[in-house]
Unconditional design. Structure first.
Length: 116
């Protein structure tokens, strides 16, 4: 059974950093491109945040987080990370990781709340 478990969220003040962790089981992250998404309060849809591509480790970011967030992976730990710097209140959301292939498999997410 494929599972993703996100962790590392919290309640922080604007300007600080957090690192989110996504631990996978049942499937190797090294075999897939991996994405981070987020769902902001009041929104039903998840918003794409970042991607790290299989093999090349080339990364892509949404414009709203580019320059502040960094996605990375540790294949030995079967884990994907999202380093978030200079957090802003608009980053408040539940953050999810997923394999970048359908069907999307979602974990429970991790809540990030940024106060001004």
């Amino acid at each position: 059974q494929v599972q993703l478990v996100e962790s590392g969220g919290g309640v922080v003040q604007a300007g600080v950093s957090l690192r989110l962790t996504c631990e996978a089981s049942g499937r190797s992250v090294s075999d897939y491109s991996m994405d981070w998404f987020r769902r902001k309060p009041g929104n039903q849809a998840r918003e794409w945040v970042a991607q790290i591509m299989k093999s090349s480790n080339v990364t892509h970011y949404a414009g709203s987080v580019k320059g502040r967030f960094t996605i990375s992976r540790d294949d030995a730990k079967n884990t994907v990370y999202l380093q978030m710097n200079n957090l802003q209140p608009d980053d408040t959301a539940v953050y999810y990781c997923c394999f970048a292939v359908p069907p999307n498999i979602w974990g429970q997410g991790t809540q990030v709340t940024v106060s001004s």
